[in-house]
Design a protein around this ligand. Structure first.
Ligand code: PMV
Length: 360
């Protein structure tokens, strides 16, 4: 039995049972009749506005879904294929976990087509978006005409991430991609947010629990853009988390920075909920300064942040750091995009809080 289905997840077990039953029924069904439309789904990537690294120590993190993401379609085929080549399950742990452990699929081989508009391994949640989009496409294939349950999808994708990452995965990326909008992940209740679901995971270090909350984005925020600047190198999340842990063990005073980030996160959330773009930008600037003190920024990220700030309300690195991306909040997206590219980065433009995973 897969560790993810171990005790501590009774609600999901019930849901999984439902899902497997419908999957098995549908397997019989699809063997008899060919679907006429290729089931396909889209799931967005994400960008962390506040709380990266502090979330590892139990503080809240705030992420928004972005316009870019991953589209997946599945079609019956004479043999298993991914992107036109032979599908090798061991090379694609998220996809194979969803096929084998979630759906326990035993129907005809599938041709899986993936299109991504995200930079991969860059802190944009590409593997979470892939898991959500593939999970949703499989669900559509096996349950034609049924609605998508995004909470169930978020839990399914989280289990795929955990399975692929040796049992360690925060639900931030998968929940934000599934639900869309603005998601606050925390160990405890966060004032001013709406609770959606709780989730837990058995990790090698013990049981972990999270509350997944959402914040409604007021219309004033819709006037602004996020410009994401990719440094060109990947963001090694595990290595950066270990680096911060080592820094804190060597310099215990650095732990204060986690409290500072938590305060900035709370102030940023208040500004976001009130539609106060200036306040939101100031909190982003402050968050970057704290992340620098935790030594997770680098020269390229700092250069892109400085370049973006001249036309932004605020700018910071986003995600684990050490590479990956920055994010800037602005009314002048073209200017910021140019500034980031002059500083040597690649840019993407998005509104804040895109719609979550959906069938196409
Ligand atoms: O770069 P990402 O999207 O993997 O973000 C990592 C965020 C951390 O707080 C550094 C780690 C985590 O698991 O939350």
């Amino acid at each position: 039995m897969n560790h993810w289905y171990s005790p501590g997840l009774p609600e999901y077990l019930d849901r999984k049972q439902d899902l497997e039953t419908t999957a098995n029924q549908a397997n019989t069904h699809v063997l008899m009749c060919q679907p006429t439309v290729m089931p396909s789904a889209f799931a967005p990537g994400k960008c962390i506005l506040f709380g990266e690294h502090a979330v590892v120590f139990g503080h809240p993190a705030v992420a928004v879904a972005i316009d870019q993401g991953v589209k997946v379609s599945v079609e019956e085929s004479d043999k298993w294929k991914l992107e036109g080549s032979s599908f090798e399950p061991s090379r694609h742990p998220h996809i194979s976990h969803i096929i084998e452990n979630i759906f326990q699929y035993s129907g005809p081989p599938l041709d899986i087509v993936v299109n991504s508009s995200l930079f991969s391994a860059a802190g944009m949640g590409s593997s979470a978006a892939l898991s959500n989009a593939f999970g949703a496409a499989m669900y559509a294939y096996l349950n034609p005409g049924e609605k998508l349950d995004t909470v169930r999808l978020a839990k399914m994708a989280h289990s795929a991430e955990a399975n692929a990452q040796k049992g360690r995965a925060s639900p931030t990326d998968t929940a934000t991609s599934a639900l869309g909008g603005c998601v606050v992940v925390s160990g405890t209740a966060v004032p001013g947010t709406r609770h959606v679901f709780d989730t837990s995971l058995e990790t090698p270090e013990g049981s972990r629990e999270w509350a997944i909350n959402v914040v409604d984005i007021p219309p004033e925020i819709g006037d602004a853009w996020l410009v994401i600047g990719y440094s060109g190198t990947g963001s090694p999340t595990g290595r950066m988390v270990s680096k911060v842990a080592k820094l804190i063990s060597e310099v215990p005073d650095k732990m204060e920075e986690m409290e500072t980030i938590a305060n900035i996160t709370r102030a940023g959330l208040v500004a976001l909920s009130a539609g106060n773009l200036e306040g939101l930008g100031m909190a982003m600037d402050a968050c970057h300064d704290s992340l620098r003190k935790l030594e997770v920024s680098n020269k390229k990220l700092d250069r892109m942040v400085s370049a973006a700030r001249s036309h932004s309300l605020g700018a910071k690195l986003t995600g684990a750091g050490g590479g990956g991306c920055i994010v800037a909040l602005t009314h002048e997206p073209t200017r910021v995009s140019e500034a980031i590219e002059v500083a040597g980065g690649m840019s993407l433009l998005t509104r804040l809080g895109a719609e979550g995973a959906r069938f196409l």
